[in-house]
Design a protein. Structure first.
Length: 325
């Protein structure tokens, strides 16, 4: 039986002069120039990629809270990257077998995809079936029963995703099909450009990747406004939320101070004794500044109320009318 080479001996053979160095993928050369394929130009700009990252970061924070309550376990989801690939490249980056879903995105005709790494998928299934959410995934595909259990989590993900996208473009994410082998579902043509949003997901002690594949047309339908669209998402608070904020802020104490400043020489300070009167150096009719915290909010006049020195508020800091004593 021949001798089995050690790793050091293999490395020594590869280092023999004249042997070709191992090839490694590169996205840029030594000068820092980024490689660009003119045969397949990017369909989504860097600004739009940046906006997609912020958009799905908001989705990740929202859905983490929902899943933590649903699974009754600490669940965290965070965006790792947003990139554009050919669909064939997206498929090559996935595990096999895995939990793979084809997504319909009405009213768009194109499909999307969602892939949940088996480590995370089995941990979620274990939690929903009463287990502790073990981080060890068996080396097999999900059964039909396990897929049915995982569907409930996927629906929560898609509902939150639809809610996140709705202020920008009115689409709804729904399950179109599911498989354990990604190649078995036809989502897009191999050369079609897609957007891949990669998430890092933690369920208890289990940690794995969740990959979302979106057609490039979902961004193109918004035109040039997409880069700024995510920033315009503002949800008006409900009456209950307004009351909750008002009630809590109403119990908060704020420091209020009237600022009166004057300057004296050191000689005057040293000669000062009980009974002396210090001139503040400002006319009696001049308004004094009133600060709330460190912010100038009002102007008022010194006054006496029931034997106590106070300030009568006469103007808001923007020059509005008087606001009472």
């Amino acid at each position: 039986m021949g001798k089995i080479l050690s790793q050091d001996e293999i490395d020594a053979l590869l280092a023999v002069p004249g042997s070709a160095p191992p090839r490694r993928p590169r996205t840029s050369d030594d000068s820092g120039a980024i490689r660009y394929n003119f045969r397949r130009p990017d369909r989504v700009s860097k600004e739009q990629i940046h906006s997609l990252h912020f958009l799905h970061d908001r989705f990740a924070r929202n859905v983490s809270t929902s899943l933590s309550a649903y699974l009754r376990s600490i669940t965290e989801l965070s965006v790792v990257s947003v990139e554009q690939f050919a669909y064939s490249e997206f498929l090559m980056s996935l595990a096999d077998p895995t939990a793979f879903y084809a997504l319909s995105i009405p009213p768009l005709d194109e499909l999307g995809a969602l892939e949940i790494n088996p480590i995370v998928a089995f941990a979620m299934i274990d939690r929903m079936l009463g287990g502790a959410g073990r981080a060890v995934a068996p080396q097999r595909a999900l059964t039909d029963i396990e897929q049915n259990v995982a569907d409930s989590v996927v629906k929560i993900l898609l509902e939150s995703l639809s809610e996140t996208w709705r202020p920008i473009v009115d689409v709804t994410f729904e399950i179109r099909g599911r498989e354990t082998r990604p190649q078995m579902l036809q989502v897009a043509a191999p050369n079609e450009t897609v957007l891949m949003v990669a998430f890092d997901m933690t369920v208890g002690d289990a940690r794995g990747m969740v990959n979302l594949c979106l057609p490039a047309t979902i961004v193109e339908t918004t035109g040039g406004q997409f880069a700024q669209a995510w920033n315009r998402q503002r949800r008006e608070p409900t009456a209950t939320e307004r009351k909750w904020v008002h009630d809590h802020l109403s119990r908060t104490f704020m420091s209020v101070s009237a600022s009166i400043e004057s300057r004296l020489t050191t000689r005057d300070l040293l000669d000062m004794k009980n009974g002396d009167i210090v001139s503040l150096g400002i006319p009696s009719h001049r308004l004094v500044d009133i600060h709330v915290g460190r912010t100038l909010k009002f102007k008022g006049r010194m006054a006496i109320d029931d034997g106590r020195v106070g300030v009568h508020i006469e103007e808001h800091c923007d020059g509005a009318a008087g606001m009472g004593a």
